[in-house]
Design a protein around this ligand. Structure first.
Ligand SMILES: CC(C)(COP(=O)(O)OP(=O)(O)OC[C@H]1O[C@@H](n2cnc3c(N)ncnc32)[C@H](O)[C@@H]1OP(=O)(O)O)[C@@H](O)C(=O)NCCC(=O)NCCS
Length: 243
């Protein structure tokens, strides 16, 4: 269904310094990085490119059909650019060939960068990484549906923090898969109970039922939406697949 790489800033000393590891970026990406002057933004942006290119390299090493031919020579990192369209959606661009038909999603939190690619041709992916941490109660009041807020209310302490991270992460992942981002009302995506995960998904992932408001449901029809999340020590990672 999908593949992902969760990369850490400690994987290359340059990343922690908000500098590009030698040979990682294409000339177009180097030009973008030169325009990013805010240090935390540079680090995040670089971590996303690092994770995405690691993922492309891994898929190529497995001789995966999706990236066959993309990663043929040693200079492939410099021939592929991870760019963003006008809505912010990331995509892979190949020098001289333009945007590739491959759905990529990126998220970054602290020292971690997540990149995920949909394996089925034509599928769209949204991926999100959230930290499990204390949140302003206004987040739940303003951005969660009644049933989601009630679920948070039934838990307490660290459990509540994890529930909030899971729900928020699922909303962001869905909005990314739809190419919308947080411009859209997050209450139009209601995260429901656990459902059976599709065949072939590793055990660590849990599937959740999602109810979409009509305005979003018409956007995805007749395709189906699958939302999977995975608990990590201090994070929650979610993948939404539209296929
Ligand atoms: C998209 C959004 C939900 C990301 O949330 P976040 O928690 O701040 O950040 P994350 O680290 O999880 O994700 C950031 C990544 O989301 C991706 N992204 C941005 N907008 C996106 C969209 N509309 N659809 C899908 N993915 C998007 C990008 O790859 C971005 O990383 P990059 O800029 O380094 O490539 C949020 O930034 C948003 O909606 N912003 C409002 C829209 C906006 O300002 N877009 C920018 C236009 S250029």
């Amino acid at each position: 269904m999908f593949r992902y790489v969760l990369a850490h800033a400690g994987e290359h000393p340059a990343l922690a310094l908000a500098q590009a590891p030698p040979g990682l970026l294409s000339p177009r990406e180097e030009a973008i990085l030169a325009g990013l002057t805010f240090l935390p933004r540079r680090r995040k942006w670089l971590l996303g490119r690092w994770a995405a290119k690691r993922l492309l390299g891994e898929l190529a090493a497995e001789d995966h059909g999706l990236v066959a031919g993309l990663v043929r020579n040693e200079d492939w990192h410099r021939q592929l650019s991870i760019l963003n369209d006008e809505a912010g959606v990331p995509y892979v661009d190949r020098e001289g060939q333009g945007r590739l038909l491959l759905s990529l999603s990126i998220s970054h939190r602290g020292d971690w960068g997540l990149a995920a690619i949909a394996i089925e041709p034509g599928a769209c992916i949204g991926a999100d990484l959230e930290t499990v941490e204390p949140r302003d109660p206004a987040l739940v009041r303003q951005f969660f549906s009644e049933s989601e807020a009630a679920r948070v209310g039934r838990t307490g302490g660290r459990d509540a923090e994890r529930t909030i991270a899971r729900v928020w992460s699922a909303k962001e992942a869905v909005l990314k898969a739809l190419g919308l981002g947080l411009r859209h009302d997050t209450r139009d995506i209601v995260v429901g109970d656990e459902v059976d995960a599709p065949a072939g998904v590793a055990e660590a992932w849990q599937a959740r039922g999602i109810r979409l408001a009509p305005v979003l449901a018409v956007r995805i029809a007749p395709r189906s939406l699958t939302v999977l999340w995975r608990d990590l020590d201090a994070h929650v990672m979610t993948v939404a697949l539209l296929g």
